[in-house]
Design a protein around this ligand. Structure first.
Ligand code: NAP
Length: 277
């Protein structure tokens, strides 16, 4: 039995769909059980309430470990769940991580990966780059206001669609032949943020402009949105990588796992056009 954490979120919900398609035996964890789709075995799970953990982990052999993004407790939450998984006899963990963390031993995702690798589990790390879906979620308001301002300059990013991440996760969770490795998950093409905005413009029928801003402007913009220092530092660092071109390379791993090179950004924009209208 597989347990999917973060099952109501962007990646978790696509992982659930992909596991359903593969006919895998799994249950999905929710803080709010009413978010579970029909036909999915749902269990209550809250990182902040250990009262539910034993029941959620019961009879689970494989854990999909997702911690809510960019918040100061992400490492603490991951380490606590890894420890609980060990105690309850879970054999394998697939962790949702991020592309490139293997080069940074201080990154919370890497620390959690190492705790899994050294914890006596079978494992595989799912390491996506930036999601297409950010444009339809966190950036949706900016897109609708017709200007997306980020400190990305003309750095290219090989954005990936959450649907493809879900499919790759389902393979990692169900196929033992991919264990013991991290997988860099990218989409089929590297785009600048200007090119991404042009693809959205074509899908929605109005012009969305990308505006390059400085790191200092970005930090004060995030502060004005109420973001804390932890989150600001993460995103400021990530856009530094974008500007330096580290996010521009494509990886063969999605094709290895799923047989597909991934959904294009233009297709993602067409599929989500309603959100920006
Ligand atoms: N966005 C990117 O471009 C990107 C790129 C690479 C890696 N990542 C990584 O992807 C992960 C985030 O995935 P995502 O975008 O799918 O997240 P998401 O859409 O924000 O979903 C977060 C999930 O966590 C659940 N959650 C929140 N607080 C919880 C708690 N206290 N206990 C249990 N569950 C809780 C949410 O449930 P509720 O519905 O109850 O809130 C939801 O299911 C992060 O680790 C991030 O670093 C993101």
């Amino acid at each position: 039995m597989i347990l999917v954490t973060g099952a109501s979120g962007t990646v978790g919900s696509e992982t659930v769909k992909a596991l359903q398609k593969r006919g895998a035996k799994f249950k999905a964890a929710y803080r709010d059980l009413s978010k579970a789709p029909q036909g999915v075995e749902a269990v209550k799970f809250d990182y902040d309430d250990k009262g539910n953990w034993d029941a959620a982990l019961r009879n689970v052999e494989t854990l999909f470990l997702l911690t809510p993004p960019s918040q100061p407790k992400e490492l603490e939450q991951a380490l606590a769940l890894i420890e609980a998984a060990k105690k309850s006899g879970i054999k394998k963990i697939v962790k949702l991580s991020a592309m490139g963390v293997e080069g940074n031993p201080e990154a919370p995702h890497r620390k959690a990966e190492l705790a899994i690798e050294n914890g006596g589990f079978k494992w595989a790390h799912s390491r996506p780059t930036f999601f297409h879906n950010n444009f339809a979620e966190g950036f949706a308001g900016a897109v609708k206001s017709k200007t997306l301002a980020l400190p990305a300059a003309d750095g290219k990013t090989c954005f990936i669609d959450a649907r493809n991440i879900g499919e790759a996760n389902a393979v990692l969770l169900t196929d033992a032949s991919y264990e013991g490795k991290g997988y860099a998950l990218t989409g089929p093409e590297a785009l600048t943020h200007s090119e991404a905005c042009a693809a959205i413009s074509a899908a929605v029928g109005y012009t969305v402009t990308f505006k390059d801003i400085s790191d200092a402007e970005f930090r004060s913009m995030m502060k004005s949105w109420g973001a804390d220092e932890y989150m600001i530092n993460i995103y400021s660092g990530l856009y530094g990588f974008v500007r330096q071109g580290y996010m521009s390379h494509t990886s063969p791993d999605l094709k290895t796992l799923t047989g597909s090179t991934g959904i294009s950004f233009a297709q993602f924009a067409k599929d989500h056009a309603q959100i920006w209208k």
